[in-house]
Design a protein around this ligand. Structure first.
Ligand code: GLV
Ligand code: GLV
Length: 320
């Protein structure tokens, strides 16, 4: 009997051919609605492989109900939605999608920083709403990026690739990371900083760190209080690195000047989310890696990883 793979979101068939060769595949077919938890548990119970989204919680409950499970391919570089320790204990291989999304995510992070700094979204809305009556010297004037200081928290591959983009804008690069990144220092002139030192010195504080026990709620009240009043905070990693109430307060009270957010504590957020009331917030629906080219590569990589493990071979990008 062929192994069974369940895919939790509708994906183009042409990009999952590798899995189809190695396994019988079932897929959640609805485009707009995610696979309900109950159904995922039911499918996991007989699955040898799962292709999951970052919005699927792969916790002990799921893992306990999946006796045959050998491999999980998560369609994301982050894997904080998966209980990795438990997978390791149970001998389940977990794969993510690093590298293929690095440039695309760095691009989006830069765009978000630029949008927040130069008030792009607010300005575009202003024109669309027919509010533009005259040119004015300070009409929708934002703040410059060029020659400013950017502080990058999380200098992994995406952090470094984002940093490279900022050199084209003559920005001074500070960074904080678990370990020193000598390549970033040598190639880009990035300066390693303690976290609080980075907060105090940066005009743009950009988070690209994975969500871990160490980074959870790293951006709390104290962190926002240490930033410059002109600082713009950008988050393109995971919402839970931020205490959202503290960010809201920081923006309302003017401790910082603005924010560009691709991720939130609880996603998706509704139109009534309090951060959306603020004109100095640019909010995006977690689209860091969302270019058609990159999403296709991510799906194909997941497909190859699943197929490899189910055929007794080494996957390309295991996380453990
Ligand atoms: C997206 O957030 C990812 O982790 O790939
Ligand atoms: C602005 O458009 C200018 O010409 O300065």
């Amino acid at each position: 009997m062929k192994p069974f793979v369940f895919i939790t979101r509708k994906l183009p068939l042409e990009f999952i051919q590798e899995i189809k060769r190695a396994a019988d595949v079932e897929m959640w077919e609805e485009e707009e609605v995610p696979c309900p938890r109950e159904l995922l548990l039911k499918k996991a119970a007989k699955a040898d492989g799962l292709l999951t989204m970052l919005s699927d919680k792969v916790d002990q409950e799921l893992l306990h109900s999946a006796p045959q499970l050998k491999v999980i391919a998560n369609l994301a570089v982050g894997f904080d939605n998966i209980d990795i320790d438990h997978c390791t204990e149970k001998g389940i291989t977990v794969c993510n999608t690093p590298d293929v999304l690095t440039d695309t995510t760095a691009d989006l992070t830069f765009a978000l920083m630029m949008a927040a700094a130069r008030r792009i979204v607010e300005s575009a809305q202003y024109v669309k709403e027919g509010k533009w009556k005259s040119w004015g010297p300070y009409l929708l004037a934002g703040t410059d990026l060029h020659h400013k200081t950017v502080g990058i928290v999380g200098m992994g591959k995406i952090g470094r690739t984002f940093a490279k983009r900022t050199t084209g804008f003559d920005m001074k690069i500070l960074y904080h990371n678990r370990s020193r990144n000598r390549e970033a220092e040598e190639e880009l002139g990035a300066e390693y900083c303690e976290f609080h030192d980075l907060l105090k010195r940066s005009d743009f504080v950009v988070c690209l760190a994975p969500l871990t026990n160490e980074t959870k709620e790293l951006f709390n009240r104290e962190a926002f209080q240490q930033m410059k009043r002109e600082a713009v905070f950008v988050n393109a990693s995971r919402g839970a690195v931020v205490v959202e109430e503290a960010l809201l307060l920081a923006l309302e009270e003017g401790w910082i000047a603005g924010a560009g957010l691709d991720v939130f504590e609880r996603e998706p957020i509704g139109g009534d989310h309090p951060l959306l009331r603020l004109p100095n917030v640019v909010a995006l629906p977690h689209i860091g890696s969302a270019s058609r080219e990159t999403r296709t590569e991510m799906i194909q990589l997941c497909s190859r990883n699943l197929s490899a493990v189910l055929s007794g071979k080494k996957p390309e990008t295991p996380v453990q």
